[in-house]
Design a protein around this ligand. Structure first.
Ligand SMILES: [Zn+2]
Ligand SMILES: [Zn+2]
Length: 124
């Protein structure tokens, strides 16, 4: 019986693959962020707040079609938004999506979505 500690080569390899994949993703994100920041002025597309090297980490790259894999080289799918407006943008996207197609004709006069919409609109 051996007491030598055995390192499973497959496991070690898997660890490296995972680390590589993570680094590749980070590099890709850094890549499009860097490109977007070079391409566009450092201004939030919604609230027009201006950024500089001191606070540019609060400026984020938004994907207009919400597809992070769609990084067109001309930057047409990117929009620079401050973290607050970026949050709002995604909130709006989430809010409107389930309500889309709610105008289907049905015999019912009561829909739970209509109540929800009224709640969301009247709440604030
Ligand atoms: Zn903003
Ligand atoms: Zn976004």
């Amino acid at each position: 019986m051996t007491t030598r500690k055995r390192v499973d080569p497959d496991l070690a390899r898997l660890d490296r693959v995972v680390a590589d994949a993570r680094r590749a993703r980070e590099e890709r994100e850094q890549g499009y962020r860097g490109r977007a920041l070079k391409l566009y002025p450092w201004i939030c597309g919604r609230c027009a707040r201006e950024f500089n090297h001191g606070n540019v980490h609060e400026l984020t790259v938004h994907h207009r079609d919400h597809n992070h894999e769609n990084n067109a080289p001309d930057g047409s799918n990117w929009e620079l938004l401050c973290v607050y407006c970026h949050d709002n943008e995604h909130q709006r996207y989430l809010d409107t999506r389930p309500l889309a197609g709610n105008d289907s004709p049905s015999g019912s006069t009561h829909t739970p979505f209509a109540d929800l919409a009224a709640l969301l609109k009247g709440g604030g």
